[in-house]
Structure formats: structure tokens, C-alpha cells
Design a protein around this ligand. Structure first.
Ligand code: HEM
Length: 418
């Protein structure tokens, strides 16, 4: 039996290929995947897909064998000319260099600072949900939770934490759409075509220049007008160089927005699909802390992260050659029946819950605390503000065409008492 394809981004527009993941886990846990040209992007050399939980964790933890630096962390190979640039980002570095940057940015990201945003985040959840309910009542009884609640929620929470002024928030949305939505023909961020007729890489230095110029302007402003936010902390840190600051800004804008922008509607969609679980949450029969993690397990915002083998090695009985691409499939690992009992059940009190939605090893998500705080506030407020009764879908959600971000572009729901 040949290994099914889980690379083609177009299939993710229809849904996560869970059946294919299952076949891979059972019969080809380390499966070779071809990388044909798709959506105008050039063909690649192919890669190993890692779909079992145990192997995924092993790859993510062992950065000396599976490097984030050699070929960076996206499935698609970077243009060799752009690699040195993209490797300046800590996401694309290995220990020990990675550790220095991680320590620096962790100083700006303390749990105390993050916790101070809780009130503001909660009020935002309440007001966006209240407005959406009022709009549904005044209109046809439906609202789109993505365009009316969760897109703004993720973006505005991140801009608060970073300290981006209100007037500049639309810029951030534009940049993240350009970087993440590039595989999706519908997205506003679809990149321009280059002289060769192929899409311009949205992560190349040329494409990012306007974002970097903005990072400098904002840093200069923060030095003049310091505040309790992450950009003030980074801009006033004497150990951080100007290029490092640019890269942090880029990393935080992309890593902190589209992930929560995916997780928030993903969780609400699962609650709509499981009315009995939603009811138990509303009645306080299960806690929000375990619920947030179970929703993240069932809807991991990030679908894949890539590593490159630094040496010949063996992974679960498969020979990997130095230089091979090795790609972890988070949604598959999170549904591995070897680790999770009844993996397709939504058990909001599941504990322990060793999902890998935030990754594992040295690059484990730096924003996990902030992400959990936002998701918890959103689900708690949804339980208070939305009309009693199940969340009823008004139409199937529309999904992002991407093998990287598990995005929802719309989630229309009918308000039960309207
Ligand atoms: C539910 C929301 C989120 C999910 C699922 C998520 C997921 C991840 C994952 C899987 C990684 C590991 C990447 C790798 O293995 O190469 C990561 C890294 C990272 N995340 Fe998140 N993330 C989320 C939210 C956030 C937020 C809100 C921020 C910041 C405001 C953030 C900042 C970062 C940073 C800076 C890294 C790089 C860490 C490093 O390289 O050491 N993330 N995230």
C-alpha cells in the first residue's frame, strides 16, 4: 500500500485529512512525500512526514539531529539567497545560539506582564460577542464568528501586548495575511507574481522591508514614550541589536496572530459540533483550563513544522539521510490512538493531555500562556454572552487553503433564541 499524500495544501481547504493521517500512522509512520509544483509554487525535493506522537516529540526535542537552522522551518525550501536572512529569526536557529535570543525575548514576555492584559482581553471578548449577538438579532439571526469576533480579537490582543498604536493595527493584519495566506487564492495576502511569473516569496527580505521599517519607527517611538508592553521592553534592551529587533517583531506578529486567529474559531466550531460538551461547559460541569487544551488538541492551529536532518540517522526504523527534510504533523500526533484514548472524542476534562499544539523541545511556544489566557477568556465570555442553547452552525465553515495554518475563514452560526 503506497503512502497517501498529506502535502497538497488544496486538500486542507476541504478539511484535515484525518483518514490519511491514520493510514500513515498505522502503516507508514515515517512516510516519504513528493512535493510537486502546486498553486504556482515550484516543485521541491520531497520530505519525510512524521505522524505518530512519539516520533513527533522525538524530532522536536532533538535539535542536534533535526535542525531548525539548516533549511529553516517551512516545508517549502527557501531561496538559498534568502536563507541567511531568515535564519536570523530565533524560530530558525538551533541551540546554543537560539538560547541567547530566547532568553532575551523571554524577559519581555514575563507571565506578570501577560497577566496584566487579562482584564482588557476579557472586556474585548465580551464586547465583540455582545455586538455580534446584537447584529444577529437586528438582522437575519445569524453572525459570522470569524469576521465579527475572532479575527479582531486575536489581532487587537496582540497589538495591545506589543504596544502597537490603534491607528497602525490594520497594517499588522495585512502583513500576517500576506505571509500566512499565500497558499490560498482567496486571501488578501496572495503575493504578487515576480518577473518569472511565479509568486514572490512573502518571507524574502524584499517582501518584508515595509514591516521592518515599521519595527524601527515603533521602537524609536517606544524609547521616547516607554510603556508597559513588549516592544518597549525589546526596544530598550541594550543586548538586542537592530536586526534582531526587526526579526522579533516579524516573528511575534506572525506567530502571535494567525495562531490565535485559528484556535479561537476552531474551538468554537468544535463546541458547535459537540452540543453536549458545550452544555457541560456552560453549566460549569467541566473546567475551562482543561477545556482550552482539549480544544487545542482537537484543533491545532499549526499543522506542520519542518526540520532538516544534520546527519544520517534512524527514525522509527526508517533511514534518514543528512540533509533530508523531516516534517512533523501536529494534527496527526494529537489524534494518535497510541497516546490518546478515544482521540476523536471531545473530552473537555481530558487530563493529562500531552498534545503538541504548542510544539515541544527548545522551540516550544513562547506565547502559550498568552494564547491560553485569550482562549479561556473568549470561551468563558461566549458561555455568558451567547444565547442559551447550542451553538447552531448556519453554514459550513470556510477553511484556509494551507498545509501550515489550520485556518477558518468563516464560521456562520445561528443564535438559538433568534
Ligand atoms: C494557540 C495559539 C498558538 C499556537 C498553537 C502556537 C504554536 C507554536 C508552535 C507549534 C511553536 C513551535 C515552532 C517550532 O517547533 O519550530 C511556536 C513557537 C513560537 N510561538 Fe507560538 N503559538 C501560539 C500563540 C503564540 C502567541 C500568542 C505568541 C506571541 C505573542 C507566540 C509566539 C511564539 C514564538 C515567539 C515562538 C518561537 C519560539 C522559539 O523559536 O523558541 N505564539 N508556537
Amino acid at each position: 500500500m503506497s503512502a497517501p499524500d498529506v502535502f497538497d495544501p488544496r486538500q486542507y481547504g476541504r478539511g484535515i485529512p484525518y483518514d490519511r493521517y491514520r493510514r500513515l500512522r498505522d502503516h507508514h509512520p515515517i512516510a516519504w512525500q513528493a512535493e510537486p509544483e502546486v498553486l504556482g509554487w515550484p516543485a521541491g525535493p520531497g520530505f519525510w512526514a512524521v505522524t505518530r506522537h512519539e516520533d513527533a516529540v522525538r524530532v522536536l526535542k532533538d535539535s542536534s539531529t533535526y535542525s531548525s537552522y539548516l533549511g529553516a522551518t517551512q516545508i517549502r525550501d527557501q531561496d538559498p539567497a534568502d536563507l541567511p536572512f531568515i535564519r536570523r529569526m530565533m524560530l530558525n536557529q538551533d541551540p546554543p545560539h537560539h538560547r541567547r535570543l530566547r532568553t532575551l525575548v523571554s524577559r519581555a514576555f514575563t507571565p506578570n506582564r501577560v497577566d496584566r492584559f487579562e482584564t482588557v482581553v476579557r472586556e474585548r471578548a465580551r464586547s465583540l460577542l455582545t455586538r455580534a449577538v446584537a447584529g444577529a438579532r437586528a438582522g437575519d439571526g445569524t453572525c459570522d464568528l470569524v469576521t465579527q469576533v475572532t479575527d479582531d480579537y486575536a489581532l487587537l490582543n496582540l497589538t495591545d501586548l506589543l504596544g502597537v498604536p490603534d491607528t497602525d493595527r490594520a497594517l499588522l493584519l495585512h502583513w500576517t495575511q500576506r505571509v500566512i495566506g499565500y497558499q490560498d487564492p482567496d486571501e488578501a495576502g496572495t503575493p504578487a507574481l515576480g518577473p518569472d511569473g511565479r509568486p514572490v516569496n512573502p518571507r524574502s527580505p524584499a517582501s518584508l522591508r515595509d514591516m521592518f521599517d515599521y519595527a524601527h519607527t515603533l521602537a524609536a517611538h517606544k524609547r521616547q514614550h516607554p510603556a508597559d508592553d513588549v516592544m518597549t521592553s525589546l526596544a530598550t534592551d541594550p543586548e538586542l541589536t537592530a536586526p534582531e529587533l526587526e526579526m522579533f517583531f516579524f516573528l511575534l506578529v506572525v506567530a502571535g496572530n494567525d495562531t490565535v486567529r485559528s484556535a479561537a474559531p476552531g474551538g468554537l466550531h468544535l463546541l458547535a459540533e459537540h452540543p453536549e460538551a458545550y452544555e457541560r461547559l456552560r453549566k460549569g460541569e467541566v473546567g475551562f483550563t482543561t477545556a482550552v487544551d482539549e480544544l487545542l488538541r482537537r484543533h491545532p492551529p499549526v499543522l506542520t513544522f519542518r526540520r532538516t536532518a544534520t546527519q544520517d540517522t534512524d527514525l522509527a526504523g526508517t533511514r534518514i539521510t543528512a540533509g533530508d527534510k523531516v516534517v512533523v504533523f501536529h494534527a496527526s500526533a494529537n489524534h494518535d490512538e497510541r497516546v490518546f484514548q478515544d482521540p476523536f472524542a471531545l473530552d473537555l476534562s481530558r487530563s493529562p493531555n500531552p498534545h503538541i499544539s504548542f510544539g515541544d523541545g527548545p522551540h516550544v511556544c513562547l506565547g502559550a500562556h498568552f494564547a491560553r489566557l485569550q482562549l479561556r477568556a473568549l470561551y468563558e465570555e461566549a458561555c455568558h454572552v451567547l444565547p442559551a442553547g447550542p451553538l447552531r452552525p448556519a453554514a459550513p465553515p470556510r477553511r484556509l487553503v494551507s498545509n501550515f495554518i489550520n485556518g477558518l475563514k468563516s464560521l456562520p452560526v445561528r443564535m438559538s433564541d433568534t
